[in-house]
Structure formats: structure tokens, C-alpha cells
Design a protein around this ligand. Structure first.
Ligand code: NCD
Length: 307
């Protein structure tokens, strides 16, 4: 069953990842070939936390493959509000759907829930831990913009502590050759040691930590901006003090490489000024569309549908 779930990209080999990226590109080129690939199949999206892109892109992906969707985006409208356990909800939905995509605020909940699903299960974000399908969108974007992953200097800026998309992307990029990480954050929002030690240091990858975005800007091939994760803070005061630590403006991009790729998982709050949207280096809206194709490729893989 393990290979039919996506909880953590760790479980996917580099070869499997590359194949998935290739598949997404193929779907993008010939979407009509996949229009009936999932006829009769049902995807359940269970979102215990707010979402725009992840939930809707999974739903769109399944509809584009000919399948249908069920689910909730507000657990208060489901029996969760009556006290139903995650185990019971997942067991029941596993009887209705052919594949489940879940987002939940508790770290580790995806792994636990997958054990009761009985059908392929996808982690759409478990608290501040991981968000592997956003990483699939990020990887396809980097692949399309840069043509490769090896030898890139990738800057991560903002909330590296709670930003689950950062943790998942670092884990995925660490398997390519000579990738260098530049970790830009306030002291309080530094990358957790379980990512720094277990992923980056464990295989001796080159990295630097800094609080100064402008100083490192000229070195970067990719800049991954992130939102300060308000919902994970214990007190409002800390959030208000840290929320605008980094705001990317056109001025700050003056010394950046001409072929820099700027990514952001979105939603953006204040981290990137709207003026940057017109800069050809801004890739975050393309990244959203890439996510849909990667999710189509993932659904096909997990349901073992060959087209
Ligand atoms: C991210 C998430 O939910 O972690 N959003 C997303 O899925 N694209 C990033 C965020 O909320 O800041």
C-alpha cells in the first residue's frame, strides 16, 4: 500500500519523481488524451484547514480526468462537529471514494489517517510538517523554468519554521546534485533542526543561514518566498512583529540574476509587492497551473491508470 499513498516525498525515488514530472508535461501537451482516464472514479477532498489552490486544483485535476469529487472544506459541516474521530471519518470515506486527499492541522495526521483509508491517500498538508503536493507543483515549475535541478542555488525566504512547503521542497531538492540552499529568515523563524540536521546536514549539502535577503540576492537561481504562517503562532504579538520581515519589491530585485525564478506557494499576504507580478522572473501564477497538471499525474499514478 505504501506506494499508493503520498504522505512524504521521501518515499518516492528520484526516478519516480522524474517520471511524474515527465507525465505532467505530457498531460499538459495533450490534455484531451486524458479526458476519460478516470471515468467512474471518485476523489474525496477532506479539508480540515482552509485552502484555495490545493483543494480546487485536486478537484479540477479529477474532473479533467473524467472522474468526480465529493468531500468537505469545512469540517464543521460534517460529523466532525459531532465529535467523530479522524479514524472513523476516514474509514467511512474510504468506502465511498477511490482516492482521498486530506489537509489537517495536526502534524503526523496524514500518516495516521492513511492507515484507515483502504484506498490511495494523499497528504495535502499536515500542520506545519509537510506539503508534498505543493512540492510537486514547485518541482514542475523549476523544471520548466530552469530545465534541471542540479547545481542550482535556491533561496528560501520568510517563515522557514512553520512553512510546510519549505520543508517538503528542501527534502525533494536534496536528492539532486550540488544543490545549494540559502536560508533567509528572522532568528525566530529559522528552519527546524529536523529538516536542517536530518536532510541538509545528513548528506553534507552546502547551505548558509542569513537574515539579509538583499545581501544574498545576486547568488540565487530560485527564490522561494513564503507567508508568515499566522495560524501556527501561539501569540498575536509575535506574529505582528514578524509578519512583514521580508517584502520583495522591484528595488530589491535590482541585483538579482536576470534569469532568477521567483516562486511562492501562495496565498501571498504582503511578502511580494504586486508590482513584481509583471516582472518576467515572477513564476508564482504559473506555479499554480503547474500544480494542477502534477496532481493529474499523481492521481493517475496512485490509481494505477495507464494512458
Ligand atoms: C501553502 C500551505 O497551505 O501550506 N498553501 C498552499 O497550499 N499553496 C502555503 C501557505 O498557506 O502559506
Amino acid at each position: 500500500m505504501a506506494n499508493k499513498n503520498l504522505i512524504d516525498l521521501d518515499a518516492m525515488s528520484k526516478k519516480q519523481l522524474d517520471m511524474l514530472i515527465k507525465k505532467a508535461k505530457k498531460i499538459m501537451e495533450n490534455p484531451a488524451d486524458y479526458r476519460h482516464a478516470c471515468d467512474g472514479k471518485i476523489l474525496a477532498t477532506l479539508f480540515y484547514e482552509p485552502s484555495t489552490r490545493t483543494q480546487m486544483s485536486f478537484q479540477t485535476a479529477m474532473l479533467k480526468l473524467g472522474g468526480r469529487t465529493i468531500g468537505f472544506d469545512n469540517p464543521l459541516n460534517s460529523s466532525v462537529s459531532k465529535g467523530e474521530s479522524l479514524k472513523d471519518t476516514i474509514t467511512i470515506v474510504g468506502g465511498y471514494a477511490d482516492i482521498i486527499a486530506m489537509r489537517h492541522p495536526v502534524e503526523g495526521s496524514a500518516m495516521a489517517a492513511s492507515m484507515y483509508a483502504g484506498v490511495p491517500f494523499i497528504n495535502c498538508g499536515d500542520g506545519g510538517h509537510l506539503h508534498p503536493t505543493q512540492t510537486l507543483a514547485d518541482l514542475l515549475t523549476i523544471s520548466r523554468e530552469k530545465g534541471h535541478f542540479d547545481n542550482l542555488t535556491v533561496g528560501f525566504c520568510g517563515d522557514l519554521k512553520f512553512g510546510r512547503t519549505v520543508h517538503s521542497l528542501i527534502e525533494a531538492l536534496a536528492r539532486y546534485n550540488n544543490v545549494r540552499f540559502v536560508l533567509i529568515s528572522p532568528e525566530e523563524l529559522k528552519l527546524p533542526s529536523y529538516v536542517k540536521n536530518d536532510v541538509i546536514k545528513a548528506i553534507n549539502l552546502e547551505y548558509i543561514q542569513t537574515t539579509d535577503l538583499e545581501k544574498v540576492m545576486p547568488e540565487l537561481d530560485v527564490l522561494y518566498m513564503t507567508r508568515v504562517q499566522k495560524e501556527r503562532f501561539f501569540n498575536e504579538e509575535d506574529y505582528l512583529r514578524l509578519k512583514d520581515s521580508y517584502i520583495l519589491t522591484l528595488d530589491k530585485l535590482e541585483n538579482a540574476k536576470p534569469d532568477l525564478s521567483i516562486l511562492h506557494p501562495l496565498p501571498r499576504v504582503n511578502e511580494i509587492s504586486v508590482a513584481v507580478d509583471k516582472d518576467p522572473r515572477a513564476c508564482y501564477f504559473k506555479q499554480v497551473l503547474n500544480g494542477k497538471y502534477m496532481r493529474m499525474a499523481l492521481i493517475l499514478k496512485l490509481l494505477e491508470v495507464e494512458v
